[in-house]
Ligand binder design. Sequence first.
Ligand SMILES: Cc1ncc(COP(=O)(O)O)c(C=O)c1O
Length: 388
Amino acid sequence: MKYDFDKIINRRGTSSLKWSVAQDELPMWVADMDFAAAKPIYDAMKKRLEHGVFGYAVVDDEWYDAVQSWWGRRHGFAPKKEWMLFSEGVVPAISSFVRAFAAPGEGVVLQTPVYNCFIGCVLDNGRKIVENPLRYEGGAYSVDFEDLERKLARDDVKLMIVCNPHNPTGNIWDRDTLARIGSLAKKHGVTVISDEIHCDITRPGFKYTPFAAASEECLLNSVTCCAPSKAFNIAGIQTSVAIVADEALRNKVRAALNADHVASPNVFAIPAAIAAFNEGEEWLDGFCEYVFEGRDYCVARLKRELPEIKLVEADATYLLWLDCSAVTDDATDLQKFLRKETGLYLQEGEAYGKQGKKFLRVNIACPKSVIKDGMNRLIAGTKKYIAR
Ligand SMILES: Cc1ncc(COP(=O)(O)O)c(C=O)c1O
């Protein structure tokens, strides 16, 4: 492999959100990677940096080509160029759309447990969360469609946010599930935002289905939010895209992004995204291979050494979703204990809604030696927790 994912890069002292922790702590919580970005991305940014003039930027034609080509090549869904709108990030875009599509006090359907910023985007904007809790049976997640229809049918619900693949569970929704969500949403006049930021991080050989590709109803009644930032580890560059096929919907989306002034790229956002999509494939394939080897390692170790904790099976994201229900009813308590006793800093599942209360989320996008250290701390710390 051309890229060395085993290399340890010290991120302390780089204003990193993840690594602003005490010296003996090991952060495996927020979703970014400890790997250097692919060389073509670095080169594109270096070239831009060395130009030395950093005035306002625009979205070049090449960006539209790169996005279209990437989704066509990797996901069998090539959006038309006029469907694409640049935004500074998926979360800023979703926050805008919450304001544009739901009036104050109205409801937004979320499939909990779900990415905590969805919860923030709804509540911080004074809208209401209408939960469609995911079913968790036999260690697997699925959609409760009866409940979903009841929620979508409510007069005060105008918007639903889907997470595909799903954070924190790592679930890839199949085409039928997506098409059924799309059909119910259409029937009840609810617009769907599909956040697909994790779509490129899949187990080798596994594919996800873009929501917009699941059916014509899905295509014409949705806004897809995606980005190279998660898969290529350039979250700090702030670069994303909203894809909207329907013209009227797109006009509303464009107006929302413009009103909130989140549609202007910084000088690195466009060259970094173009380099990722046009030249990052080899790096990404190597990364996916590496991270799923890491995942299998964790599965094996937990099975062998800590069977009380069950890792929810998943084929997307670099996040482990640990079912700690055999150990505690309150995984936040375990999370605090692990941090205090071992320095391992995980994300408490409760951040993703009350359905996450017995879960912990672990970010394994780091060198295997670090994963090993994390597993050592998790296993030793949890055993100590059980033995208290
Ligand atoms: C589902 C999901 N959406 C969006 C984001 C963040 O997007 P951005 O950095 O583009 O705002 C994350 C980051 O973890 C995420 O997991």
